[in-house]
Design a protein around this ligand. Structure first.
Ligand SMILES: [Zn+2]
Length: 332
């Protein structure tokens, strides 16, 4: 049984519901800015130390507004891989958030921040000209406002307002937005044309790698090996557990493939979805890296892919190593 143990988000510091979990080191957070998060409070202070401002903006853009499905079982997991591998067997909708992924995603320059902000606004746009409404906390996450200073102490209201003013004035001066009032923003045609141009460039410079694979529980270690190979090569894995779970090919998945730099297709489980997604990516002219467990491939690898140069792995360590080498050799 989970019990409510707090009303302040452990990440963004805004009002939120915080619950106990069956593991003393983990708290479950329901936050209007960060979404639904199972959060390792112990690791955060030790091995998983990451800037909470980075985490808050990451969760807002990738968990809160970019959630692929509305489901009460969906949540972002921030903690140890070992614990996640246990969790995913019970909660197949959980999504693992790695520190490396947050840092790789976080915009590196002011101009990159503006790009992320405008694309995020566009996702919230119901129709052209419709005002977009934010709570105060959502605006802080969306506009990359620093909530904490170097010593991890919360910034003052005045410091936050100065930052807000700075970015809002820039967006207005460039005719990207019109602030209707404190919490309502209108996206202007100039922003929409910048977004159009950006979206054309995104696939070319994408940091994302789409992973097509089976999500059967016995594949969780394989998934972790693939994930870390991608991250170690400086890319961000996009693994569509939630969608795959419904055995549907949905528009969001096709969108993810289009926006990926390349695709990895894991074929051990003879997952029909993986063959479909690999084919779709090939049709778009994207590089597809096939991987398959050696003894499975030897006996019954699918005929059409037998000619393709497939990475045949023996164990997850071997898989991680060879996948990294392949990415470095052929993609980078
Ligand atoms: Zn929060």
């Amino acid at each position: 049984m989970s019990i409510k143990v707090g009303d302040k988000c452990l990440i963004c510091g805004d009002r939120a519901e915080v619950y106990s979990t069956n593991d003393i080191n983990y708290k479950f957070i329901e936050c209007n800015n960060c979404g639904r998060v199972n959060y390792n409070t112990y690791d955060f202070n030790s091995s998983y130390k990451i800037d909470k401002d980075i985490l808050a903006s990451y969760l807002y853009y990738n968990g809160k507004i970019d959630k692929l499905i509305e489901d009460e079982h969906h949540y972002d997991f921030i903690g140890s891989q070992k614990k996640f591998e246990e969790d995913i067997k019970i909660y197949p909708y959980a999504k693992y958030i790695s520190k490396e992924e947050c840092i790789a995603w976080y915009p590196k320059s002011f101009s990159e921040k503006v790009d992320v902000i405008l694309i995020g606004f566009a996702k919230l746009l119901k129709f052209d000209g419709c005002p977009i409404t934010f709570t105060d906390g959502q605006l802080l996450s969306a506009l990359f406002i620093k909530r904490y200073n170097k010593d991890n102490i919360e910034t003052s209201l005045n410091e936050r307002n100065l930052q807000l003013k700075f970015i809002l004035i820039y967006l207005e001066d460039n005719s990207y937005i019109k602030s209707m009032d404190q919490n309502n923003i209108m996206l202007l045609p100039n922003a929409l044309s910048r977004i159009d141009k950006l979206q054309k460039d995104i696939a070319l410079n994408s940091k994302y790698v789409f992973v097509a694979m089976s999500f059967a529980p016995e594949m969780s270690e394989v998934r972790m090996a693939i994930r870390s190979a991608i991250e170690q090569s400086g890319y961000i894995p996009r693994i569509m557990d939630e969608i795959e779970h419904n055995h549907q090919i949905v528009p969001e998945m096709l969108y993810e493939i289009r926006n990926s730099s390349f695709v990895i297709a894991e074929l051990t489980g003879h997952n029909n979805g993986a063959y479909f997604e690999a084919g779709y990516a090939l049709g778009l002219g994207k590089e597809v890296v096939h991987i398959c467990k050696k003894d499975v491939f030897g006996t019954d690898g699918h005929f059409d892919v037998k000619q393709v140069n497939t990475i045949l792995w023996e164990n997850t360590e071997d898989l991680n190593f060879r996948l990294r080498k392949r990415i470095e050799a052929t993609i980078m």
